[in-house]
Ligand binder design. Sequence first.
Ligand SMILES: *[C@@H]1O[C@H](CO)[C@@H](O)[C@H](O)[C@H]1NC(C)=O
Ligand SMILES: *[C@@H]1O[C@H](CO)[C@@H](O)[C@H](O)[C@H]1NC(C)=O
Ligand SMILES: *[C@@H]1O[C@H](CO)[C@@H](O)[C@H](O)[C@H]1NC(C)=O
Ligand SMILES: *[C@@H]1O[C@H](CO)[C@@H](O)[C@H](O)[C@H]1NC(C)=O
Ligand SMILES: *[C@@H]1O[C@H](CO)[C@@H](O)[C@H](O)[C@H]1NC(C)=O
Ligand SMILES: *[C@@H]1O[C@H](CO)[C@@H](O)[C@H](O)[C@H]1NC(C)=O
Length: 527
Amino acid sequence: MSKKMICFSIPTYVISVLFIFCSSVTPSFGEFPLFLAGKLRELEVKLETNANSQEKINILLVNKVGELEKKVKQLETNLEQYKEIRKDLEFKVTELEAEVQLRYKVYQIQEKISNLNGIRSGIPRTCTELREADPSLASGIYSIDPDGEGVGGDPIYVYCNMTSGSTIISHDSESSYDVGHCYYPGCYSRSINYNASMGQLKALAKLSAECHQSIKYDCYYAPFEFDKVPYAWWNDRDGRTKYFWAGNNTDGIHTCQCGINGNCLDNSLKCNCDTAAPIQLVDEGYITDKRVLPVTVLNFGRTHLETTTGIHTLGRFECSGSMPFNYLLPTSCKDLLFSGHTLKGFYSVMGFEMMETVYCNFAKLPEDEGFETWIGYTDVKSASVHFYVQRNASFSAGGTPIPFDFARVNMGNAMNLTSGVFTAPRTGVYFFSFTGTAQFTASPSVWLGIGLYLNGGQMGLSWIEEANITARKLGTLGLQSTLNLKKGDQVWLKISDMASAVSLFDDDHHHTHFTGFMLEEETFASL
Ligand SMILES: *[C@@H]1O[C@H](CO)[C@@H](O)[C@H](O)[C@H]1NC(C)=O
Ligand SMILES: *[C@@H]1O[C@H](CO)[C@@H](O)[C@H](O)[C@H]1NC(C)=O
Ligand SMILES: *[C@@H]1O[C@H](CO)[C@@H](O)[C@H](O)[C@H]1NC(C)=O
Ligand SMILES: *[C@@H]1O[C@H](CO)[C@@H](O)[C@H](O)[C@H]1NC(C)=O
Ligand SMILES: *[C@@H]1O[C@H](CO)[C@@H](O)[C@H](O)[C@H]1NC(C)=O
Ligand SMILES: *[C@@H]1O[C@H](CO)[C@@H](O)[C@H](O)[C@H]1NC(C)=O
């Protein structure tokens, strides 16, 4: 076959020579001319066919060129269209750039407006803040606004000690005042008027790290307290009566500085002036509980004798330092407004121990009804804590937490199976529940008590007791508890008491259940 193909591709004039080699079926000599004629015919047909093919190819090529020309035209049209689109896009980009410019202008204007507001309300909240802003300022009278710019009370005038950074508020009773002569408890009473509203003073105390006020009482046979009867006291910022004249005593215990130091004239008393003796004495100290300061009223009595004298000297209300940031977290819509929020909506604020959700309608003023609507507590948990553990074998060891064999769930790994001790990973309220089965064998008297322990202290007890048992008997124990736990507090179950031959029964059906979970986290405990 390959030989034949070679032959047909060779021009006619060499065929006569070649055929000898080409043909595999060589004809006999007599037949030769006939064969040649046939071959020639054959070749002619082939040539004709080739010519036809060539023509066909030519036609195809012409068609193809036509097609390509069309395509080129199409592409040219497309290119024109793309140019149009590009123009459009360029225009859009210019438009966008203009918009960005405009937005930037708006932003700049807003900045200017807040700066203008700043001129009106750029008043510091405390002298500490003022000193931080400009350490070169000299001590003197300054205007501050502890409860915030534009809200609450008007700014107040205070003395700023720029050495200590403390804010000092004066009042109308700074001199020494003789209480005169009178007998009954509180028969002498003097109201203290500060050069600022109580709201501003409270705000100042809240913002400051510490506050104090000095008080001195010069006495001659003029006790604060005599025969357990209080004759003298002061009223705190909310009008509540207080009997301590120094320190940070909120338990209502009557004391003076010498009582705290343990060096009063009479060792059995808490104040020098309480000494029932006609001697000139003095009690002097600093009240440091910023949650109740400042002093609003001073009350004295039992100065009725001609010889007695009582002279009080109350210092200015002084605060310094700044509270850590969490005390400045927003607790209301007012705080949010103050920190720059203006869009009405739902917000999270710092409530008592937990997060709260409020609706703030900033279209209203803080004093208006409906400015703030309390929605409810927000269930914030920084860690998921729950467990359910079981035993699969009886237990009867006393004096040790009951261990468990496996956990159905133990989210947060707060429950240690091996030790049987649960460790609170967060401060909050936790719920615990235990049920178990007591197993008694024949005995005249049997009992089993299982206690729930918090850091070793028994919180509760589940108790079962039987008498005159003649055969094996089972009984149910149960205990539920809701506890306030601090981070790191430990809770466990323990056999608190048991008779001999008694056990907390269990087998592979799992009779012992101990489950617990965090109900509520004290959100701000870790701040
Ligand atoms: C008390 O406040 C007034 C303004 O209300 C101020 O002018 C004055 O200086 C203040 N006095 C003191 C001692 O701070
Ligand atoms: C200011 O504070 C410094 C440092 O605590 C103190 O020594 C000074 O007496 C204070 N000055 C006034 C006027 O209270
Ligand atoms: C005053 O006592 C309370 C309660 O014990 C405490 O939280 C506070 O830090 C104390 N303040 C000072 C200044 O000691
Ligand atoms: C109890 O459960 C643990 C853990 O699944 C297993 O290792 C142990 O063999 C079980 N004991 C009994 C007595 O079933
Ligand atoms: C669990 O308690 C056991 C025994 O007290 C102790 O060896 C182990 O370290 C504790 N596991 C964890 C994760 O604290
Ligand atoms: C227990 O049995 C004893 C003797 O059989 C009897 O004296 C006693 O009263 C029984 N106690 C009870 C609680 O049934």
